[in-house]
Design a protein around this ligand. Structure first.
Ligand code: PRP
Length: 205
């Protein structure tokens, strides 16, 4: 089988849960993006690209529900995993918090363009989305945006940048993703993996 794992904050939890399930994958080197174990192959990709790799042919991946929602990838999600818990929230500078309905014309900096757009359109509030690739907390500081939509885990990054969480948009957790074709053509291998992970997370159903 071919696995794709996210570089960054979910990598450690991903390797740990797979190891406990009997898939003892060495962490590939920082620059080496493909490793092998027991005849399987492991790719390391940017977190936002994991759902794309799985949709387009990699058998199995681990990604946050935030990036899966943002990418809108057509993959099978058999399991939620017990790590990577955080939330995607709207945050504003502490000194200029306004009610959501007063945000017409606001500029929102985010990596989550699609989620942010759909959130504000459901509220009927017209905003300008400014798509950034990371460290979005900087944007309100320098007057590039009025608010952000971003991941909050401990809240430390918001506090350090004078921002406050105004609304939670969604809860986030790591998920196991399976390619829809592999799910049929490699049914036994994938089913074995899912059952082994279920055993680890204590969900014997
Ligand atoms: C994420 C997120 C926040 C921070 C939140 O950033 O974008 O910046 O973590 O965590 P906290 O509430 O515990 O402070 P990440 O490290 O993934 O990097 P990025 O913003 O550059 O993508």
């Amino acid at each position: 089988m071919r696995f794709v794992l996210p570089k960054g904050r979910l990598l450690r939890g991903s390797l740990e849960i797979l190891r406990k399930a009997g898939y003892n994958i060495d962490k590939p080197g920082e620059r080496k993006l493909i490793g092998r174990f027991n005849g399987n192959e492991v790719l390391l990709a940017r977190a936002f690209d994991v759902p794309v790799y799985v949709e387009h042919g990699v058998d199995v991946g681990i990604a946050g529900s935030d990036v899966l929602e943002e990418r809108g990838s057509d993959v099978f999600v058999p399991l939620e995993l017990p790590f990577g818990k955080c939330r995607l929230s709207l945050a504003m500078p502490a000194e200029s918090v306004v009610p959501l309905e007063d945000m017409d014309g606001y500029r929102i900096a985010t990596k989550y363009e699609r989620i942010a757009r759909s959130y504000f359109s459901k509220l009927g509030v017209e905003v300008e989305i400014i798509k950034l690739s990371g460290s979005v907390e900087l944007a309100p500081k320098v007057g590039v945006a009025d608010a952000i939509v971003d991941i909050v885990e401990t809240g430390e990054t918001l506090r350090a940048n004078g921002l406050v969480e105004v609304e939670k948009i969604m809860d986030v957790s790591a998920q196991l993703l399976v390619n829809r074709i592999s799910q049929k053509t490699k049914f036994d291998e994938i089913n074995t993996l899912i059952l082994a992970i279920k055993e680890v997370v204590g969900d014997g159903t």
